[in-house]
Design a protein around this ligand. Structure first.
Ligand code: BGC
Ligand code: BGC
Length: 593
């Protein structure tokens, strides 16, 4: 009985602390203020050092006690990957955002807090949102046709923005403008292509699609993340001035497109961490290129800098040009940041002019995105709506790349009567979405609403062919063809780094061995964030399609296989037999039916 009471008490306590930061403060104590009509310059002129440093601070939603935003006059809050309100619905998000915003409107000056999150392929932390293909798939559209690619990027930005706004969100940490040059890098799928021109085109257009529709973009990560040695996430890139200029065009185009913010890379250039590279952040980006937005640091990135202690690391980052700090190593990391940065200013180690510049950039951003005039969201809207799902399905169809097609295998497919579909990937929403979906790393299974590859095929073949599904490939029967879906397990960031090959999973190899035994054409669809090292295995496949990480609308695959649409995507990455080995399919390769 005693134990029972204790657990009840703990449950209540958890409930209280969990909802504490999103519930409204008791009414009447402090009144909400408005900064509508004030200029950023006017506000800056009236701010204390503590208020300025508060604006430069970004805390994770989970690291806040109720009242913190008011007490510390915090400038920003974020969701890390998969960090969602308990009620993961548009209403739940709006309630949470408005709760944080109201806390900020009770500060002396009433400057609204801005909320940031990673909506990197649609509003991917929101349950049942439209999940778009990861950037690698959009890059395949552009590799096929630049104009179509530009349209696809704009559409992706627009859908993401619409669904974000439906939940009250206005700032996404996207797009990635890194150019992945070693597919062992775990973030290859976040990069549109190994081709700088494609990244430039896609980045600028996705930014327009986002910002035209009320969401601020954050180009990331600057600079050289895709050039790190051996494709190591957060590694070091050796780049001379020519090397820097070679990968700079996506950022230049993004600045021209009006990108409002930027995140430096965790990685280093020539041994210097990007977060403390004054040369590249201030001299090149802000001064030479004229970037007027603000720079937000990456997840607890300051703790990786030189200096030996947090205070010195803070000085390095701010003096290098970082304007807002994502201090996410628990609540202490942002509390200490505020304390240390004020000390640094008082000790003359960070000039107040640097602080003023940072704050002005942040305030201008807030004003530009409409936070000064309308900080609160009146009403939640709908996400995952039919029109957006239909548009996403078209993007999926356009992103497919046909890499092999022997004996007219694809053209014959619609005439077959008995088709076996095999493989875990055929019926797994989580696998087709990959990382950065509902959770940071992503995961297998029915994690959010969508249509699987199998369901798409079943719909397309209704009344025309019998579709059998056997995940393992093992089943009684005779078939005219097998559609085998293979691919990668979901991953994000460093978890996706591979030191050697990117091999076909054992589970998929076992399935393939089963289906080869039916002695009928095997058509392989690959769900992967990058070219996998398939060796000679592909020679056993009559047809081979790269579907990348298509997101929630798997029906787009059947639209091409069984419908009138043709393959228009081309590979945005070079496919090799093995890492650094023989080229199987060069950049830009792709067949039609
Ligand atoms: C967060 C991610 C973040 C990562 C960095 C995770 O716990 O959810 O958003 O990128 O940590 O290590
Ligand atoms: C990632 C960023 C992301 C941030 C917040 C970091 O680990 O590198 O891309 O925006 O987490 O989730």
């Amino acid at each position: 009985m005693k134990k029972h009471f204790l657990s009840l008490f703990i449950m209540l306590l958890l409930l209280f602390t969990h909802t504490a930061c999103i519930s409204k403060a008791p009414a009447g104590k402090n009144t909400l203020k408005s900064v509508a009509g004030k200029t950023p310059e006017e506000l800056l002129a009236s701010m204390t050092l503590a208020e300025k440093v508060g604006q430069m601070t970004q805390a994770e939603r989970g690291d806040l006690y109720k009242g913190d935003i008011t007490e510390y006059a915090l400038g920003s809050v974020l969701s890390g990957g998969g960090s969602t309100p308990a009620q993961n619905t548009p209403e739940g998000w709006v309630t949470m955002f408005n709760g944080f915003t109201e806390e900020s409107l009770k500060t002396r000056l009433g400057i609204p807090v801005v909320y940031g999150l990673d909506a990197v392929h649609g509003h991917n932390n929101a349950l049942n949102a439209t999940i778009l293909p990861h950037n690698v798939g959009l890059g395949a559209i552009a590799a096929g046709n630049q104009e179509r690619g530009a349209q696809a990027a704009y559409t992706a930005g627009r859908i993401t923005a619409e669904e974000m706004r439906a939940t009250g969100a206005r700032w996404t940490f996207a797009p990635v403008l890194g150019v992945a040059e070693d597919v062992r890098w775990g973030r290859t799928y976040e990069s549109y292509s190994e081709n700088v021109g494609i990244v430039t085109l896609m980045g600028a257009n996705v930014i327009k699609g986002l910002q035209d529709n009320g969401v601020a973009a954050c180009m990331k990560h600057f600079l050289g993340e895709g050039q790190a040695k051996d494709g190591r996430n957060q590694g070091n890139a050796l780049l001379d001035r020519a090397g820097i200029e070679r990968i700079f065009p996506p950022y230049r185009a993004a600045i021209e497109a009006g990108a409002l913010s930027l995140m430096p890379s965790f990685s280093s250039v020539n041994g210097v961490k990007m977060h403390e590279s004054k040369d590249l952040l201030t001299d090149l980006l802000k001064n030479e290129m004229g970037f007027e937005g603000f720079i937000v640091s990456d997840w607890a990135a300051l703790t990786q800098l030189s200096g030996g202690n947090y205070k010195a690391q803070i000085a390095n980052a701010i003096n290098a040009g970082v304007d807002m700090v994502m201090a996410t190593n628990g609540r202490d990391s942002w509390v200490n940041f505020i304390e240390h940065l004020q000390e640094l200013v008082n000790e003359g180690k960070v000039p107040i002019t640097r602080i003023d510049d940072a704050v002005l950039r942040i305030l201008r951003f807030k004003q530009r995105i409409g936070l000064f005039d309308a900080p609160l969201t009146k009403k939640a809207g709908a996400i995952g709506v039919d029109a957006n799902r239909a548009a996403a399905r078209t993007l999926v169809a356009e992103s497919l790349v046909l890499l092999r097609n022997e004996n007219n295998a694809i053209a014959k497919l619609p005439s077959y009567k008995r088709i076996l579909v095999a493989g875990q990937g055929a019926h797994d929403i989580g696998m087709q979405c990959g990382g950065w979906t509902i959770t940071w790393q992503g995961k297998h299974g029915f994690i959010t609403k969508g249509t699987t590859v199998l369901e798409g095929i079943q719909n397309a073949a209704k009344g025309k062919a019998s579709i059998t599904y056997a995940e393992s490939g093992k089943v009684e029967g005779t078939f005219d063809a097998v559609i085998a879906v293979i691919g990668e397990d979901p991953y994000a960031e460093t978890e996706g780094d591979r030191s050697n090959q990117i091999n076909i999973r054992t589970r998929d190899m076992n399935m393939l061995r089963e289906v080869y035994d039916y002695n009928c054409p095997v058509i392989v669809i690959m769900l992967s964030g990058r070219p996998m090292t398939i060796g000679d295995e592909y020679k056993k496949w009559e047809a081979f399609i790269a579907a990348w990480l298509p997101g929630s609308e798997g029906g787009g695959i059947a639209d091409v296989l069984f419908g009138s649409k043709d393959f228009t995507g081309r590979t945005p990455y070079t496919w090799r037999k093995t890492i650094n080995g023989e080229v199987l399919f060069p950049f830009g390769y792709g067949l039609t039916k």
